[in-house]
Design a protein around this ligand. Structure first.
Ligand SMILES: [Zn+2]
Length: 255
């Protein structure tokens, strides 16, 4: 092989290695469900059951007489940490099966490239905004069959997704919609929501508006929920308004 040909082969192989390492650097990490996590989901749901019922949430719990009796205890105010071991043993011996999460995980896996692209898009734009979008190198996904919906941790970058054995998710057919919604919650939790002491309704409206304006082409199924505070709508109409969200909130809250 002539030297320049060798060099060419060398360069091509280097560039393909770089490409591989870039595509394998996923921003999403799927974790296996565990007995401990599911016992925790169930415990928390039972602990706050009166609140969830009052709010009218759809509540997902295993159907079993043990669970029914713990719900009664919770409503009487006598449910607590000491009930956790019983729930753990019940989950381990009666309900937990890794196969129950298989379809949900496959669905999320099929959307990894799309989600990486959307996260990287936020990442490439966020430095020009007048507020800090808190971003994690990796978002950890936890799947649960129990509770009332998804949740997020702005300190750990974890997202809990409510699913079912058929791989169904809340609100949307495609889980990327919910995952990007939760990533947006994490992004604005401290720098916008807590800073300006926003209500739950306003927070949800802002997150939905953000995702919709940023990704209406990439996430065609995404819609702004029929809840939340609509008064903010006239302030945020175009994608470029996201860049001055902090200024907009100051103006809005001063009105
Ligand atoms: Zn939300």
């Amino acid at each position: 092989m002539k030297p320049f040909k060798l060099l060419l082969v060398f360069l091509i192989s280097i560039s393909s290695i770089i490409c591989i390492s870039q595509t394998s650097k996923s921003r999403i990490e799927i974790t296996q469900a565990s007995v401990g996590q599911e016992a925790t989901s169930i415990w928390r749901t039972i602990n706050d059951i009166a609140f969830f019922e009052k709010q009218g949430y759809a509540i997902h719990l295993p159907k079993d007489s043990l669970i029914d009796s713990l719900i009664v205890k919770s409503k009487k105010g006598v449910f607590g940490n000491e009930d956790f071991p019983g729930i753990y043993t019940f989950v381990e011996s009666k309900v937990f099966n890794q196969n129950n999460y298989k379809q949900a995980i496959e669905k999320v896996e099929s959307q990894i490239d799309l989600m990486n692209n959307l996260i990287n898009e936020i990442d490439s734009k966020k430095d020009q905004w007048d507020w800090k979008f808190k971003m994690f190198d990796k978002y950890k996904l936890i799947f649960t069959l129990y509770g009332t919906g998804g949740s997020y941790s702005p300190d750990e970058g974890t997202i809990t997704l409510l699913t079912n054995e058929e791989g169904g998710f809340m609100n949307y057919e495609e889980p990327a919609n919910t995952i990007i919604h939760e990533i947006t919650h994490i992004g604005m939790e401290y720098s916008i929501v807590q800073k300006h002491k926003l209500s739950h309704a306003l927070k949800e409206r802002l997150v939905d508006t953000f995702v919709y304006l940023m990704f209406k082409e990439e996430l065609p199924e995404y819609t702004i929920q029929n809840m939340g505070n609509t008064k903010i709508d006239k302030y945020i109409k175009k994608e470029k308004d996201i860049g001055s969200l902090n200024g907009i909130m100051l103006e809005f809250l001063n009105e």
